[in-house]
Design a protein around this ligand. Structure first.
Ligand SMILES: NC(=O)c1ccc[n+]([C@@H]2O[C@H](COP(=O)([O-])OP(=O)(O)OC[C@H]3O[C@@H](n4cnc5c(N)ncnc54)[C@H](OP(=O)(O)O)[C@@H]3O)[C@@H](O)[C@H]2O)c1
Length: 312
């Protein structure tokens, strides 16, 4: 099948593209900025095309003749008053994708949203929820929505980011230590998406994708330190201090913890539904996957430190 993907140049997209091309699908990735040196462009069977993804006319032209479209653009941090940046990427872009599907005659659309979309006061979650409302109202399209909890796997932003901090900090103050999360393996998310692609039973449905265990954020950070063989002192901050830390970090370039991240952590990122069963998937636990790639990244970091040491 010829599949056109929007927002597939990132972490989940690369894993999905490997699986789609392995199954013989021809993939076209629309991106805001194409570089032929990009690791996405290097996946055999993937064509990386630079396009104005916010222009429904341009999208319709690129979608023409596709058997399916995959919509998966997302941002964890965005600028602009009232969460403008989030609504632009999560809601407006999805509206353009819906219009472009309708104009080009593509009726199959897979969309990656997030667990808790539409809940709480985070703009990330609210904008994801608004997109889902629009997708569910597009009755002329066969839409399947995926709502993952935090996704782990090689190249993830979650365990790798904490591993990077733990590698250098013997003591770590942690905001929102009691927030609950149910990490889900990227390979399981990809398998669910592949199964859904050609299965009419998934049309018009939303799937909550969460792993087999739920943890507090503090438990996950402690687990990461242990998996790396490090003894670290992780200090969970009470709510007022967590809010203060988020307010300060929100001003730091790159926003290591934004105010909106703080808001989304106020709602437990867990699911009591076992939607993986619909695909015959038994989701994998963190301890069967994460230590392998953390060991690799720890080794890389040590090698880098060794290379940077001044030679006599
Ligand atoms: N990773 C997780 O733990 C997790 C959990 C739940 C839900 N999700 C959702 O899953 C999807 C994929 O996540 P990911 O981890 O693969 O994210 P990612 O690595 O950050 O990639 C996101 C993609 O979004 C596109 N994008 C970023 N900023 C954009 C902007 N301003 N305008 C238009 N497009 C933009 C980028 O495409 P180009 O740069 O090529 O244009 C990029 O390839 C997202 O929708 C995310 O919200 C992820």
């Amino acid at each position: 099948m010829r599949i056109v993907l929007v927002g597939a140049s990132g972490f989940l997209g690369k894993h999905l593209l490997q699986a789609l091309t392995h199954d013989g699908h021809q993939c076209v990735v629309l991106t805001r900025c194409a570089s032929h040196r990009s690791t996405t462009a290097m996946i055999p069977g993937v064509e990386l095309v630079q396009a104005d993804v916010f222009n429904a006319g341009v999208l319709a032209e690129k979608f023409a003749g596709a058997g399916a479209v995959v919509s998966m653009a997302g941002v964890l941090n965005a600028s602009g008053r009232g969460g403008q940046g989030f609504y632009r990427v999560h809601t407006e872009l999805v509206e353009h994708i819906i219009k472009a599907c309708q104009a080009s005659g593509v009726i199959r659309l897979l969309h990656v949203s997030a667990l808790n979309a539409g809940k709480g006061s985070s703009h990330y979650l609210r904008s994801k929820g608004d997109a889902e409302l629009r997708l569910n109202a597009a009755h002329d399209l066969n839409v399947t929505i995926f709502q993952p909890s935090v996704i782990f796997g090689k190249g993830d932003e979650f365990f790798n980011r904490f591993a990077g901090m733990l590698a250098v900090a013997p003591v770590m103050p942690l905001a929102c230590p009691k927030a609950r999360l149910q990490p889900v393996y990227v390979g399981d998310v990809v398998t669910a998406m592949l199964s859904a692609l050609e299965d009419p039973l998934t049309w018009g449905k939303s799937y909550e994708l969460a792993g087999p265990q739920d943890f507090t954020l503090k438990e996950l950070v402690q687990w990461t330190a242990k998996a790396m063989g490090l003894h670290r002192w992780i200090i969970g901050l009470p709510k007022p201090l967590s809010a203060m830390m988020a307010a300060v970090m929100n001003l730091v370039p790159g926003k290591p913890l934004s105010w909106d991240n703080y808001q989304s952590l106020q709602t437990d990122n867990t699911s009591d539904r076992n939607d993986f069963a619909c695909f015959g998937i038994e989701p994998r636990a963190i301890d069967t996957v994460v230590p392998d790639y953390l060991a690799g990244s720890l080794h890389q970091r040590r090698l880098q430190t060794f290379r940077q040491k001044p030679r006599p």
